[in-house]
Design a protein around this ligand. Structure first.
Ligand SMILES: *Cc1c(COP(=O)(O)O)cnc(C)c1O
Length: 392
């Protein structure tokens, strides 16, 4: 093999180089003002994000994880409650449920989209032997494609469940509703949770997150609980037991500077995905069944995927990963262990085979570089190395 240039899984330096002149003055402004906690930068970012998402309320918080935890806390989820969710997600989705003493009620995923399968959720909710009374549901919009919110919301309404959307990987994605209207993911349920972790589509310079909601009272409660449940006007008067869940002003300044670019970055991710689709189709490995492409649930709706990850399914994944490693091509497995099999959740009592669709996905998925600044040469190299691996 030739010593071709490495292709990283993510190249944040390329993004920063392009927008450094927009970011650094905002950061300097925070320092000039010495207003690091909440203040004008957080307020501004919240207004801009609310407008961008079409959300009546948007509240900056300390991380995507804390967005989930705080949303569940404010909705009153606690010991004895069940929360319906997917086992095929990042740990925080399920961790936030368990941290509150509630019980994750897993339903298996759709093999094509990797999102919660509404039919499996319906089956779960019909059971009489659940370990806890279902109170809420957390659909995850995995890899940047919306979960099937239409049917999931119907089930939630039928069973009286509150819905917290985990939109950490899906900021800005459009959900094409069954009634023909569109809505952004994260503003469909009772609350939507977003992450500004640097590798997310809208990444900060550290940790950060956002909660959106429609209800005014819930927004007030979230805002209070974000600062130890304090009264909005009177200091040292506490209405709830909350926590320190505030978004940092520095992060808010960075997010606000980056937000105007988000749609063009998402478009670039989609265009990279389309190039990969074409290159893989030309490679021959799809017909031979050695790999399969990411499934588009709504191919007619252009903005219905924001490709936080481009995830293919492959045969002989370990061998391919070794080859990609030698060729210095970034790749990752999201996620190698479905959460019902995580060691720390052994107490839930799920064994191998409990959620076979999630388990099969965990054994086969592989994420490839998809960041907006990826060049055609890099995409060709990624597909070329994979094609050659299966040809040899
Ligand atoms: C990243 C992520 C989170 C957590 O966000 P952090 O900001 O890292 O705390 C939660 N859920 C999903 C699906 C994620 O991808």
């Amino acid at each position: 093999m030739t010593a071709a240039a490495p292709v990283p899984l993510l190249d944040l330096k390329a993004q920063f180089a392009a927008i450094k002149d927009e970011i650094m003055p905002r950061v300097a402004e925070v320092f000039e003002q010495q207003a690091f906690i909440l203040g004008p930068h957080v307020g501004r970012a919240e207004e801009e994000l609310a407008a961008y998402l079409g959300a009546p309320h948007a509240l900056g918080v300390s991380s995507g994880t804390d967005a989930l935890l705080l949303a569940l806390m404010a909705l009153g989820v606690g010991p004895g409650h069940g929360v319906v969710t997917t086992p095929f997600t990042f740990f925080a989705t399920v961790g936030s449920i368990v941290r509150l003493g509630a019980v994750p009620l897993f339903a298996d995923i759709d093999p094509d989209t990797y999102n919660l399968d509404p039919a499996k959720v319906a089956e779960l909710l019909a059971r009489q032997d659940l370990p806890a009374r279902p109170k809420a549901m957390i659909p995850v919009h995995l890899f940047g494609q919306p979960a099937e919110m239409g049917p999931l919301m119907e089930l939630a309404n039928k069973h009286g469940l509150m819905v917290v959307e985990d939109a950490a990987q899906a900021i800005g994605v459009i959900y094409p509703r069954p009634d023909g209207k569109t809505q952004k993911a994260g503003i469909i349920g009772d609350a939507g949770c977003f992450s500004f972790f640097p590798s997310k589509n809208l990444g900060g310079a550290g940790d950060g997150g956002l909660i959106t909601c429609r209800d005014d009272e819930l927004a007030e409660k979230l805002s209070s609980m974000r600062t130890h449940g304090s009264h909005p006007k009177e200091k040292y008067r506490h209405l709830y037991v909350g926590g320190n869940f505030r978004l940092d002003a520095l992060q808010a300044a960075v997010i606000s500077a980056k937000l105007p670019h988000l749609d063009s970055w998402s478009a670039a991710r989609r265009s990279n995905a389309a190039d990969y689709d074409r290159l893989f189709s030309e490679s021959g490995i799809l017909e031979r069944g050695q790999a399969s492409l990411p499934f588009r649930a709504w191919p007619e709706a252009a903005e219905s995927h924001v490709f936080n990850q481009y995830v293919i399914r492959v045969q002989d994944r370990a061998g391919l990963m070794r080859r990609l490693g030698e060729a210095k091509i970034g790749h990752a497995v999201y996620y190698p262990t479905p959460l019902h099999l995580a060691e720390c959740f052994a107490g839930l009592g799920h064994g191998p085979g409990a959620f076979p669709v999630a388990e099969k996905a965990a054994a086969e998925v592989l994420a490839l570089p998809i960041y907006p600044e990826l060049t055609m040469e890099q995409k060709e190299r990624v597909v070329g190395v994979i094609r050659d691996y299966y040809a040899s």
